[in-house]
Design a protein around this ligand. Structure first.
Ligand code: NAD
Ligand code: LMR
Length: 328
């Protein structure tokens, strides 16, 4: 019998949890031959909701679902887990930037980082809760026992959004768009790198020759997509965020085809692209197929991209300064 993969999802009773858990339990993430044990982690006040979700998970009859545990503390919830999907935290409302949440949500990741250090060793972490880069930084600083390279924050939703916009503009299927890296922060300063991306194996700029559209409309649409969804739904993205979280973990677990890459926010070692060491920064990365990865080196960046990457770097440095008391 294959040993079950243990996956903790915090915020299990929330919007994203409600989409994400079913897709993990169905076998979509780890395959039909890998049993999954779900750890639903919630605040005590939301445990009832998590219990309801657990009932529905059972009722789906997924053969890959090996069992469900429900926990109201991260210490118990993270016991022996292999993946921590850290979703649980406040979402922003209309008119807010994601980093307006930093002092409310940051402390959650102090406690969860400490709990991870005590309860899990063979674990990889994906932070979804906003502001996700800086929350991942906080968790990582409070969990020195787990290698920093096991911590990531999710910018896959931004990559998916950017690919969709390029596909619509070019009139092609989204599957034709590749190598769209998001650089920097999951915020309105993120940099969707169209210059190094491909549509049907041609540079994007050969297929979409309107550079003004790429630098202005495309950039703004991707950077502000989360806010546009909040304005339309009155709530932040959920199904697309859960889908991106599935993509994020799958991409880390699948060897990236030669010459390709995907986006994830991972710790900077200070050696590449002039990004200061330690920031959790979104780069183009390539997975070795077992959860480990390398940052893609030597990509050519235009002066425009460099300027934009400078802005998002500055914002991440400012966020780090705001939470310096939380960096254990
Ligand atoms: P939600 O309000 O529907 O659910 C959040 C859940 O988290 C709630 O059930 C709450 O009880 C729980 N929670 C809060 N603090 C917790 C803690 N300390 N431990 C465990 N659970 C806790 O919110 P949502 O729509 O699911 O969004 C969750 C987060 O994900 C928000 O911060 C949102 O901004 C973020 N988000 C990020 C991305 C991304 O691309 N990185 C995309 C969408 C949403
Ligand atoms: C998103 O990008 O949809 C999420 O980060 C939610 C938000 O606040 O925009």
């Amino acid at each position: 019998m294959t040993k079950p993969v243990r996956v903790a999802v915090t915020g299990a009773a929330g919007q994203i949890g409600y989409s994400l858990l079913f897709r993990i339990a169905s076998g979509e993430l780890f395959g039909p031959n890998t049993p999954v044990r779900l750890h639903l982690v919630e605040l005590p006040a939301a445990i009832k909701g998590a219990e309801g979700t657990a009932m529905e998970l059972e009722d789906c009859g997924f053969p890959t679902l090996d069992g469900i545990e429900i926990h109201d503390s991260p210490e118990k919830g993270f016991e022996g887990i292999n993946w921590a999907l850290l979703v649980g935290s406040k979402p922003r409302g209309p008119g807010m930037e994601r980093n307006d949440l930093i002092r409310d949500n940051g402390p959650i990741f102090v406690a969860q980082g400490r709990a991870l250090a005590r309860a899990a060793s063979d674990v990889r972490i994906c932070v979804v809760g906003n502001p996700c880069n800086t929350n991942a930084l906080i968790a990582q600083h409070n969990c020195r026992d787990v290698p920093a390279t096991r911590f990531s924050a999710m910018t896959m939703l931004d990559e998916n959004r950017a690919k969709a916009q390029l596909a619509i503009k070019a009139g092609v299927n989204v599957g034709q768009v590749k190598n769209l890296a998001i650089w920097g922060n999951h915020s309105s300063t993120m940099v969707p790198d169209f210059d190094n991306a491909l549509i049907g194996n041609k540079p994007v700029t050969e297929v979409i020759t309107d550079r003004k559209w790429l630098e202005n409309d495309f950039f703004a649409t991707v950077q502000k997509r989360g806010a546009a969804i909040i304005a339309a739904r009155g709530k932040s993205s959920a199904a697309s965020a859960a889908s991106a979280c599935i993509d994020h973990v799958k991409r880390f677990l699948t060897k990236t085809p030669s010459g390709e890459w995907f986006s994830a926010a991972v710790p900077s070692d200070g050696k590449l692209y002039d990004i200061p060491a330690g920031l959790i920064f979104s780069y183009p990365v390539r997975s070795k197929g077992d959860g480990t990865y390398e940052i893609v080196k030597d990509l050519k960046l235009t002066p425009f991209a460099r300027e934009m990457i400078g802005r998002t770097t500055k914002e991440l440095l400012e966020e780090r300064e705001v939470v310096k008391d939380l960096l254990g």
